[in-house]
Design a protein around this ligand. Sequence first.
Ligand SMILES: C[S@@+](CC[C@H](N)C(=O)[O-])C[C@H]1O[C@@H](n2cnc3c(N)ncnc32)[C@H](O)[C@@H]1O
Length: 246
Amino acid sequence: MGNSFGSRADNFMQPAQTNNSDASRDQNQSNNDSLAVWEAAYLRFETPAQEIQKFETRLKKLGAEDWPRDIEIVELFCGRGNGLRALHNLGFTHLEGVDLSSRLIGEYQGPARCQVADCRKLPFENECKDMLIVQGGLHHLPTLPQDLEQTFAEMKRVLRKTGQVLFVEPWLTPFLKIVHAVCENSLARRVSPKLDALATMIENERTTYEQWLSQPQIISDIARIYFTPTHESFEWGKWNFVGIPR
Ligand SMILES: C[S@@+](CC[C@H](N)C(=O)[O-])C[C@H]1O[C@@H](n2cnc3c(N)ncnc32)[C@H](O)[C@@H]1O
């Protein structure tokens, strides 16, 4: 990815800290502005119907049709909850969501119980869930590898021994490199509102996104400390991982 994306995303996705200094207030304001811009771009990137359809197709491809419909599933980093709506459409009946953004969770309408919480400290008992799903959330963690280890440790803690994890995250495949190159083309952005929304999201999550894409081996190694993969694939700029707890 080139350097033309603006860099306004230090500590992106972190709640503003209480601190009285002017510099710190300015930084918090800048983080909050960046968050608002990112969330607005995320909401216009795909319509809910498009996103739900994408999630249904993806979940089926990763084996969801074989899962018992009454298992306890939590979608972590669930955003506005379209992953939960896809799971509901596929017939799953015990659904919960967790996300740091009350604004995005507020967009969700459906039967799942959603909580505003930090996925680095999950609000669940030990070994009480059957399936933990993350779709595009891990790459928002501010400090790698520590936050990833903490999140995976929490996931393993709340997962039953018979449970599974599924995550889908960006991966720097040749396809994603092409997408990045096109995102830097201002004409392409003017012609395609979807591309412009994607480029805006990348601009406003640049710090964590680049940190994530630049450490594939470390990420893959940490995943394997906590989970044994039962399926792993890399396609269309995504890492698809399904695993069981070690
Ligand atoms: C790219 S969005 C993905 C949302 C959803 N999974 C989807 O695919 O539509 C990333 C989400 O992660 C959330 N997030 C970032 N850091 C988080 C954390 N530490 N704990 C919980 N949620 C977090 C953000 O609020 C945002 O909704």
